[in-house]
Design a protein around this ligand. Structure first.
Ligand SMILES: Nc1ncnc2c1ncn2[C@@H]1O[C@H](COP(=O)(O)OP(=O)(O)OP(=O)(O)O)[C@@H](O)[C@H]1O
Ligand SMILES: [Mg+2]
Length: 384
């Protein structure tokens, strides 16, 4: 899976750009505010019909315009090229996705068609943030390798949970007898879906862990990193028992305290939580290793590749670790879009035979550079 032509219209400061990326490594460099992250954001719009920077559409659409459009030709394997177009209109709630002339109704289908992995400053939230970030990370993997099984089960669990929570809240007001009558049906539905979701998550995590350890050891000498999967309720007991036992606590809180909505990945160094002990650079390496491991596993299981979007790769990393990251990205033989400020920041990080394309981003325009080696002095032209 790779993009061989990308056209972006009215995303942030990109009025209208066209580029023909390499199927391997693409570097977008330019000064702060030139539009590098916006190019990645446009690719994200193409893959998921939404931005990774803003939950709202308005900040994404170029000022003064009312819609953003991204179009691409996607190499879908076996010589098939699919035209994919996504447009988001400020005046319409929904999005428009066209693939090979057909309209797609769901973003899940789009995500399945164009799997993306993003590494950006927000990715740190994987370690620092709430369990939700780590659940989303885990579910990306389960969704992409068990697409047909996972999504319906996950939706069933969500629906049962929503109904159960609403019942808990209303039951508190109406009294316990109506609650006691209705709760078992939703418990049963939640338990069935939750146990299957947990099973799929567990299977996926078991496969991911050794890949992560391999990637991490290639990237850094950090040892002692341990990751455990917590399913959201006691390992020793069934969810049915836990729900029954905790029912009065659940009524008190007005929501369900245990279940797959509380699942988490616990990352530790020895016995201490990783977030309390790792430096910024070390955290970045661990997070990168997790993302790269997912990419590897995805291609091993599905036989397809996902596209990597890496925003500001050099930041926080010293020379040897930058090289290590580049080497691993290169080895994945997948399409990668990397942004950096300085053109020369990743100059000596690539094999001579890698199809490397450098794009200079300047005030919302994107131009392909002819040579591989970009001299630092070229950036002086930006500042003028
Ligand atoms: N809706 C919008 N319409 C027009 N311009 C916008 C809009 N939103 C943001 N911008 C501007 O777009 C420019 C590009 O932002 P972007 O984040 O892509 O820059 P960047 O090259 O990634 O910079 P940095 O190196 O600082 O990360 C910025 O100057 C920003 O002020
Ligand atoms: Mg940026």
């Amino acid at each position: 899976m790779s993009i061989n032509k990308l056209m972006v219209k009215d995303v942030r400061n990109l009025a209208s750009i066209t580029l023909s990326p390499s199927p391997s490594i693409n570097i977008l460099y330019g000064l702060n505010g030139s539009g590098k992250t916006s190019v990645l954001e446009a690719i994200h719009l193409l893959g998921l019909a939404r931005s990774f920077r803003s939950a709202k559409l308005k900040p994404v659409v170029r000022h003064g315009q009312d819609k953003s459009t991204v179009f691409a030709q996607v190499e879908a394997g076996k010589g098939r090229v699919l035209p994919v177009g996504v447009s988001r209109d400020l005046n319409a709630e929904s999005f428009q996705v066209r693939v090979a002339g057909e309209t797609l109704k769901s973003t899940a289908e789009l995500a399945h068609l164009l799997p993306l992995q993003i590494i950006n400053p927000d990715t740190f939230k994987l370690l620092e943030g709430s369990p939700k970030q780590r659940r989303q990370f885990l579910d990306w993997g389960v969704f992409h390798v068990k697409h047909h099984d996972f999504l319906p089960l996950w939706k069933r669990a969500q629906k049962a949970l929503k109904q159960r929570n609403s019942l808990l809240r209303h039951g508190k007001i109406k009294g316990s007898s109506s609650l006691a009558a209705q709760l078992p049906a939703w418990d049963q539905e939640l338990v069935r879906a939750a146990e299957s979701v947990d099973q799929l998550r567990q299977e996926y995590f078991k496969q991911l862990l050794p890949v992560f350890q391999d990637v991490l050891s290639e990237l850094t000498s950090l040892s002692d990193i341990e990751i455990n999967y917590y399913r959201g309720w006691d390992r020793e007991r069934s969810l049915a028992d836990v729900l029954q036992e905790n029912v009065s606590k659940d009524i008190q809180s007005g929501y369900t305290l245990s279940g797959p909505q509380r699942a988490d990945l616990r990352v530790k160094v020895g016995r201490t939580s990783a977030v309390d002990i790792l430096s910024r650079g070390q955290s970045k390496l661990v997070v990168c290793a997790l993302k790269l491991a997912q990419g590897h596993l995805y291609s091993r299981i599905s036989g397809k590749k996902c596209i990597f979007l890496v925003d500001d790769l050099p930041s926080e990393l010293d020379g040897p670790h930058r090289k290590g990251m580049c080497r691993l990205l290169e080895k994945m033989k997948t399409q990668v879009f990397i942004t950096c400020v300085e053109a020369g920041a990743l100059n000596d990080c690539w094999q001579p035979d890698t199809d490397l394309r450098m794009f200079h981003v300047k005030q919302g325009t994107v131009n392909l550079e002819s040579g591989r080696e970009i001299r630092q002095t070229e950036l002086a032209g930006d500042r003028a």
